[in-house]
Design a protein around this ligand. Structure first.
Ligand code: NAD
Length: 356
C-alpha cells in the first residue's frame, strides 16, 4: 500500500538528518510519498511564524508525519514549536522506545523498555501564578496554612479521562507489539488526589487486559532506582507528564543517549514521529551528527503504518551497522576524536547498503 507522509525536515541539523532518514525509509521497500513541509527558523522571516498553518494542514490531511528537530527561538515570546504542534494536533501520547543495540556504548546490555508519557496535562498545563498575585493569595488562603504566603504556585491537573486514555494507549501498544507487562508509575503516597486518580484509572484499564498483559505499579522514586539497577525487569512504563519527561531521558541514557533514541507523539488519528534530541545548532551543516535516532523514528512510523517488514528491515540494518562499528558517527566511536568516524550522510548510506 502507498502512503503519503508529511516530512518536516526541521532546522539546525534537521535537514541533513531528514535527508538520511528519507533515503533509508525509501530503501526499506515501503511505498512512501513525501509531502515536504518546511517549518522552523528557515521559514520565520518569510512567513512570520515557525509553524505555518499549511504545515498543520498537511499533517491533518496525511495523518502521519516524520519530523526533524525544530529550534525554539530564544526570547520574542515564541513558545516551543514542538509543544505547539502537540497541542494543536492533540497528540496526547508520547512514545519512547529505549532499546539497547549491541555496539552502542552504555552501562547496560539487553535493555528494551518503552516509556509512554501523558502529553497534555499535569504540571505542564501552564496554569501558574506568580508569588503575590491575587490568584496565588486566594489559593494560599484556601490551603489553610499549608502554603507560605509568598509562594509562587503551579497547578497539577490530572484527569480521569486523560489518565484512562494514556493507560489504554499503553496496554494497546503492549498488546499490538508483543509486550508482556505494563507498569504504572506515579506517587500516590504523597499526591493522593492526582496520582491516586491516575492509579485508579490505570487499574480500571488493566482489568480489561487481565490474562493478556500483566500490570504492576511502582512509585516514581523507587522506579528510578529499579531502572538504574535492574532495567531488564521492565517492559512498558506508563506515567503522567512530568515523571514521563524525566524517566524517558533516564531510559534514553540507559541505552546510549540522544543519538540513538527515537520517539513519537500520537493522538487519536494523527501521529508525528521524531527523535528525542533537538536541533544541535552548533553542528548544523557539518554532516557530523548521528542520524540513527531519526532513522529509528522512521522505523517506528513504518510499524505504525502497518509496514512491519519494512520496519524490521530498517531496524536490522541499523543494528548491523552499529554492531560493526565502522561506518558510524563520532558519538558512537570509543573516542570522540576518532578519525575513522563517518558523517551523517555516510552512516545513512551504510544503513541503506546493509539492507541489501
Ligand atoms: P540538542 O539535543 O539539540 O543538543 C544537545 C547536544 O546533544 C548537542 O550539542 C550534541 O552534542 C548532542 N546531540 C544532539 N543530537 C545529536 C545527534 N543526532 N547525534 C550526536 N549528538 C547529538 O539539545 P539543545 O542544545 O538543548 O537544544 C537545541 C535546540 O533544539 C533548542 O532550540 C531546543 O528547543 C530544540 N529542541 C527541539 C526538540 C524537538 O524538535 N523535538 C527537542 C529538544 C530540543
Amino acid at each position: 500500500m502507498a502512503y503519503t507522509v508529511t516530512l518536516i525536515p526541521g532546522d539546525g541539523v534537521g535537514p541533513e538528518l531528514s535527508d538520511s532518514a528519507r533515503r533509508v525509509i525509501d530503501a526499506s521497500g515501503a511505498a512512501i510519498e513525501w509531502d515536504v513541509q518546511q517549518a522552523g527558523l528557515n521559514v520565520m522571516d518569510e512567513e512570520g511564524t515557525p509553524l505555518p498553518e499549511r504545515v498543520l494542514d498537511s499533517i491533518r490531511r496525511n495523518k502521519t508525519a516524520l519530523k526533524g528537530p525544530l529550534t525554539t527561538p530564544r526570547g520574542g515570546g515564541i513558545r516551543s514549536v514542538n509543544v505547539a504542534l502537540r497541542k494543536e494536533l492533540d497528540l496526547y501520547a508520547c512514545l519512547r522506545p529505549c532499546k539497547h543495540y549491541p555496539g552502542v556504548r552504555s552501562r547496560f546490555e539487553g535493555v528494551d523498555l518503552v516509556v509512554v508519557r501523558e502529553n497534555t496535562e499535569d504540571l505542564y498545563a501552564g496554569v501558574e501564578f506568580e508569588e503575590g498575585s491575587a490568584e496565588a493569595k486566594e489559593i494560599v488562603s484556601l490551603a489553610g496554612g499549608k502554603i507560605r504566603g509568598d509562594a509562587a504556585i503551579s497547578i497539577k491537573p490530572i484527569s480521569g479521562f486523560a489518565s484512562e486514555r494514556i493507560v489504554e494507549f499503553a496496554f494497546r501498544y503492549a498488546q499490538e507489539n508483543g509486550r508482556r507487562k505494563v507498569t504504572a508509575v506515579a506517587k500516590d503516597n504523597i499526591m493522593k488526589a492526582t496520582d491516586g486518580l491516575f492509579y485508579r484509572s490505570a487499574r480500571e484499564v488493566a482489568k480489561r487486559y487481565e490474562g493478556q498483559v500483566e500490570y504492576d505499579e511502582w512509585l516514581v522514586d523507587a522506579m528510578c532506582m529499579q531502572l538504574v539497577q535492574k532495567p531488564e525487569l521492565y517492559d512498558v512504563l506508563v506515567m503522567p507528564n512530568l515523571y514521563g519527561d524525566i524517566l524517558s531521558d533516564l531510559c534514553a541514557g540507559l541505552v546510549g543517549g540522544l543519538g540513538v533514541a527515537p520517539g513519537a507523539n500520537i493522538g487519536e488519528e494523527i501521529a508525528v514521529f521524531e527523535a528525542i534530541h533537538g536541533s544541535a545548532p552548533k553542528y548544523a551543516g557539518q554532516n557530523k551528527v548521528n542520524p540513527t535516532a531519526l532513522i529509528l523514528s522512521g522505523a517506528l512510523m513504518l510499524r505504525h503504518l502497518g509496514e512491519r517488514e519494512a520496519a524490521d528491515r530498517v531496524e536490522r540494518a541499523v543494528a548491523a551497522v552499529i554492531a560493526e562499528g565502522e561506518s558510524v558517527t563520532y558519538d558512537m566511536k570509543p573516542n570522540r576524536d576518532d578519525p575513522t568516524a563517518v558523517g551523517t550522510r555516510e552512516m545513512g548510506e551504510a544503513i541503506v547498503a546493509a539492507m541489501g
